[in-house]
Design a protein around this ligand. Structure first.
Ligand code: SF4
Length: 349
């Protein structure tokens, strides 16, 4: 079992459930940053990382920490002094990049302040910054090089008597990500997993689901971050979808919808969007999942969605409401949306 590490009031490793974390896209000095972080927290994000690119931004960390309701992680590259300032400012964890933070002596300075403050350090390597990576390296070679960059920095910390560590290595492709995490899983420290530089939003979702889904199903990983070229709240929702789709957690509402075919006479996509808009927290963890189907025709819809707890299927000017594949009621299409929304609301309350 991994060592148990505390980041503020959040525990990771030690057999604890996988922690969803995220990264806010604005810097500490931006007036919107605290609101973004709190929206991420409302979506279920347990800790949030913020980039600290310079001393000016580092000077805003203390104020920002007071305004947010989840532990804050300072993301530091290049300048070890920023890590020292950040650690002293009341934040909950430091992430350093082993490829650019500098000499062992500098890392020891950072460790000394973190030890004093009782906060962990994540040693987070990234395929974009490990200098030994060469164009044309196979995923297996890339994975070995990334893992060795992490292990080297971990050993600097251990030699300094610092063990309050989380590790990670991220690559932009699925295979390297899977391989490197399989290697790092052998270390004693909690493993933070994610795919980096994932590309367009839809590719990012697919790559994250494939890599994280594969690893989590192997029992690997203590905390995940989904990186998307999208808003940070969506990253959190996608992370929970992955956990829920592989059965590690239950989400509040699971929407099922058919792909439509020539039998469908409505704009099912718009209808589903409208229903989902009424339940923005559908992906958040819950003790029980309500399975809701939205189907394009009444002939096959109820049968195709017989495993749904409840659902609606469209039929010309009418719609049918069904539960577990059995038609309960026929409605006018105009009244179908308020009706199904009310049923969902009572189903989750
Ligand atoms: S439920 Fe009806 S509209 Fe949807 S895919 Fe099946 S047959 Fe086509």
């Amino acid at each position: 079992m991994k060592k148990l590490i505390k980041v503020g009031n959040v525990s990771m490793g030690g057999g604890k459930p996988v922690v969803v974390q995220g990264m806010v896209k604005t810097p500490p000095s931006d007036k919107k940053t605290a609101a973004w972080i709190n929206s991420m927290a409302d979506a279920g994000c347990r800790l949030v990382r913020v980039a600290v690119p310079n001393a000016f931004e580092a000077s805003h960390l203390g104020e920002l920490r007071k305004k947010v309701k989840v532990p804050l992680v300072a993301d530091i590259h290049f300048d070890w002094k920023l890590a020292v300032t950040a650690a002293a400012s009341g934040i909950d964890k430091i992430r350093i990049n082993p490829s650019n933070i500098g000499s062992a002596a500098k890392v020891r300075e950072v460790a000394a302040v973190c030890r004093e403050r009782g906060i962990p350090i994540r040693v987070g390597a990234n395929s974009g910054s490990v200098k030994s990576l060469n164009k044309g390296d196979s995923p297996k070679v890339k994975a070995r090089k990334l893992a060795s960059a992490v292990k080297k920095e971990v050993s600097v910390l251990e030699k300094a008597g610092f063990y309050n560590i989380v590790v990670s290595a991220k690559a932009e492709d699925v295979e390297t990500t899977v391989e490197v995490n399989r290697i790092l899983d052998k270390l004693a420290y909690p493993l933070h997993m994610g795919v980096t530089a994932t590309g367009p939003r839809s590719s990012g979702i697919i790559k994250s689901a494939m890599a994280l889904g594969t690893l989590l199903r192997e029992g690997i990983g203590d905390t995940i971050r989904v990186s998307l070229l999208s808003d940070p709240v969506e990253e959190v929702k996608v992370a929970y979808s992955i956990l829920s789709d592989i059965g590690l957690i239950k989400r509040k509402i699971n929407f099922i919808a058919c792909p439509t075919c020539g039998r469908c006479a409505v704009n099912l996509r718009a209808i589903l969007d409208e229903i989902m808009k009424a339940f923005p927290d559908a992906d958040t963890p819950a003790a029980k999942t309500l399975n809701v189907a939205v189907m394009g025709c009444e002939v096959n819809g109820p049968g195709e969605a017989r495993n749904a707890d409840l659902g609606i299927a469209f039929a010309g000017a009418k719609a049918v409401y069904f539960e577990k594949g059995r038609i309960i009621q026929t409605l006018a299409r105009s009244g179908a949306l308020p009706f199904i929304k009310a049923k969902i609301k009572s189903g989750i309350s």
